[in-house]
Design a protein around this ligand. Sequence first.
Ligand code: F6P
Length: 360
Amino acid sequence: MKRLAILTGGGDAPGLNAVIRAVVKTAVPQYGWEVLGVRNGFDGFVQDDGVFPLEVSSVRGILPRGGTILGTANRGNPFAHKVVRGGSVVYEDSSQKVFDRLERLGLDALIVVGGDGTLRIAQELHEIGVPVVGVPKTIDNDIGGTDFTFGFDTAVATATDAIDKLHTTAESHHRVMVLELMGRDAGFITLYAGVAGGADVILIPEIPFDFGAVCSKIGSRVSQGSFFSIVAVSEGAFPKGGNQVVQFQGDSNLQTRLGGISQTVAEYISKTCHVETRVTVLGHLQRGGGPTPYDRWLATRFGAAAVHVAVEKNFGQMVAFCSNQIKTISLKEALAVPKRVDVDGDMVRTARDLGISLGD
Ligand code: F6P
């Protein structure tokens, strides 16, 4: 009997459980394969109880659930595994332990569901002979080679709902409401939710902004009788000639955490435009809750396709969604260039056509 394992790594995203379910429901009854679940990303390979069987009954009822039944680890890197020694955190190369475990398990395939960090580790493992298949996940939608990652649509829905709700207070109190959204260095969530929610100003990392341009948009709305505005700002946005606002400076083991630009923007607006301004940081609500139907559909297609790729022994590939079709692309190619908002593309043009200020 052939055997595959599946793990979920990096930040959680709505749709992870839908992928796990699709993998199990395709591999077990359709192909007669055995499926193992790995707990907490690659960390599961160095934990005694980190690998366990997944049956069809194990995935019953998980399709609408957010998070991941397997657990995940942000920096679950076998080449820099986090351990606590003598009260302090150290990072050790545990890759040998992982290879030994993989060998003992005798896997015919390892399906790795993750964002760019996790998929990069998958690519490294593939290069040394591990039969890896990648599935792209992230609310940020910043992975190359695929039009969309699952999790993104749910995050956009949550962010759009937040803009809708902020509109009522903005209008009633004649205020500027600044909403900070996630996405790291990619502005997809902010751009899509900003357009869908009818924001007046959208600030994304791909277009460095000018404080004066933001204020002039708010001022022109006031002069036209609209005494409120909505500003949607990506956590990674930054002013021309300035820097991103960093909450936590990362290193080779820990990722830099962005956050706080909304406060800077709001302070400028209230001091310079003299309009009462409030800040909302939506944070991890964007990653929480059940997946939208679109994300369930995409995640399910990815999961089933990943099993087909494993059966065909097409290792080192990532499943992708391109022009309405599920395809595969090599992990190496997908990870070569991170995806960013095309500043000359249709979405940005549409925003400008509607009179939305991009702050430039
Ligand atoms: O990559 C997904 C993401 O939610 C980013 O949008 C955000 O910057 C980051 O993860 C937050 O990470 P953490 O869960 O470590 O706070």
